[in-house]
Design a protein around this ligand. Structure first.
Ligand SMILES: NC(=O)c1ccc[n+]([C@@H]2O[C@H](COP(=O)([O-])OP(=O)(O)OC[C@H]3O[C@@H](n4cnc5c(N)ncnc54)[C@H](O)[C@@H]3O)[C@@H](O)[C@H]2O)c1
Length: 429
């Protein structure tokens, strides 16, 4: 049955945490350039993908689903450095100056608000543009005020908040994250060891009725307390960790081995990366958060308990090495040891010379636009259908995450079809 979806009227304020970062500035520049006709939004599902309708016609998703138009987006955000988005993009060195210059004025007008930051959560960072807050609760209050002020000043109808800031240190789920009451108490008690800055942004967004998207692997909204809060406030949440390069490959290759019933004995993944993200991840506590996110993928696809002969003993290792000369141009190597008929071994080598932020930018934009759509469609809590974009898809304790890219893609289309009251086409017809 067709869902009631509020139209995408008025402006959508997109507030990016880490607005001066490589992913954020690349996403913003590409969006501004696309709407001026200076670039094509390559890699964006919301802008370029089609889906087959009940009558077998292929339609552009954005023509059949009421997504916010790129021209109605206003960007803002927070960062620990005061540089405007133009200066920050120059520093990130992802895009060429000539590409930035096409939207220079718009980028210069994006000036970050002071960040909610705690050095203990990202020890490699030393920012100066930071809020003073006596407690985590006060941090939340200040962020809520920022959201309200931005919304009013820019005459926005709706807001979406996207975390594209650095990865925080790894923390396990603790009692303070298990209910909304416990979370709020910990914020008021200023328990800074279990309440991260990202949790303050998420809480503030949800409290202000804005969808929250977690682009890093931080625990943040992936807790029962936040699931409870997002449902209470009728707000969609999604994450975690943009599925951009190496993991994208993994979630394509692993389903292929499984579909053909080929065995896997080992998967070694290593990366060199020289941007600020790589520098932050050089700290073992921050790397641990990323490692957990990257490692989770294979097991759920292979289901070793069902196929012990094929996947009962997979040695899986992930490494990220900070190597400054490469900047944002990450190089990833995968060595996969597989085996076939009668157990005979084979090897596959993948060498992906990618551009990290070029891959992540369209994912960030799509997550924002689809989260805003979900909000208008009255969908709240974890948006499982957005797992397609995430390395470590959020799920509650009753469900398993879905990692297979093709199953995830079907989930996207099925959700969109349900929204507009379309049935799945008959592919054999
Ligand atoms: N690029 C990719 O392919 C990719 C893929 C998956 C996930 N990610 C994640 O996305 C995030 C951004 O990546 P990036 O390459 O743009 O990194 P980056 O270091 O260039 O940008 C992060 C920005 O966040 C800011 N920041 C840090 N803590 C903050 C806080 N508490 N409040 C506000 N701003 C804060 C930093 O000053 C910086 O400008 C990282 O967590 C990264 O792990 C990136």
């Amino acid at each position: 049955m067709k869902q009631e979806i509020k139209p995408a009227t008025g402006r959508l304020g997109v507030l990016v945490v880490g607005v001066g970062g490589a992913v954020a500035t690349t996403m913003i520049t590409g969006t501004l350039a696309s709407r001026k006709g200076l670039a094509k939004p390559i890699g964006s599902i919301s802008q370029l993908a089609t889906m087959r309708m009940e009558n077998n016609e292929e339609k552009l998703i954005k023509d059949v689903v009421p997504l916010t138009d790129l021209k109605d987006i206003v960007f803002g955000g927070w960062d620990i450095f005061p540089d405007n988005a133009y200066e920050a993009a120059m520093y990130a060195e992802v895009l060429k100056e000539k590409d930035l210059n096409g939207v220079k004025e718009e980028l210069e007008a994006i000036k970050p608000m002071p960040a909610a930051f705690d050095h203990n959560w990202a020890k490699r960072l030393n920012g100066t543009h930071i809020k003073k807050a006596a407690t985590r609760w006060e941090m939340v209050e200040q962020l809520r005020q920022d959201i309200r002020d931005f919304k009013a000043a820019n005459k926005c109808d709706r807001i979406a908040v996207l975390w594209a800031a650095s990865t925080e240190i790894y923390i396990p789920l603790s009692d303070e994250h298990k209910s909304l009451a416990a979370l709020e108490k910990a914020m008021k008690d200023d328990n800074t060891t279990v309440i991260s800055p990202s949790m303050c942004y998420a809480y503030a967004a949800i409290a202000e009725g804005a969808p929250f998207i977690m682009g890093a692997p931080n625990l943040c909204v992936d807790t029962p307390a936040m699931w409870e809060f997002s449902k209470k406030m009728n707000v969609p949440i999604s994450g975690k960790d943009f599925k951009s390069g190496q993991t994208l490959m993994k979630t394509v290759l692993a389903p292929m081995f499984k579909t053909r019933m080929l065995g896997v004995s080992g998967w070694f993944s290593t990366n060199i990366l020289g941007n600020r993200d790589g520098e932050v991840l050089d700290d073992p506590d921050n790397f641990k958060t990323k490692e957990v996110s990257k490692l989770s993928v294979i097991d759920t696809i292979f289901e070793p308990e069902k196929y012990p002969d094929l996947y009962g003993d997979v040695y899986h290792k992930v490494r990220i090495n900070y190597y400054p000369p490469r900047k944002d141009n990450k190089e990833a190597w995968d060595n996969i040891d597989i085996f076939g008929w009668m157990g005979y071994p084979m090897e596959i080598k993948v060498n992906f010379l990618c551009r990290d932020s070029i891959l992540a930018a369209p994912i960030a934009l799509d997550l924002v636009l689809f989260s805003d759509l979900a909000l208008r469609a009255g969908m709240c809590g974890i948006q499982t259908w957005l797992s397609f974009f995430c390395k470590s898809p959020m799920h509650d304790f009753e469900h398993q995450p879905e990692h297979d890219l093709f199953t995830q893609w079907r989930m996207v289309k099925q959700t969109l079809r349900n929204m507009i009251g379309e049935k799945e086409p008959d592919y054999l017809a």
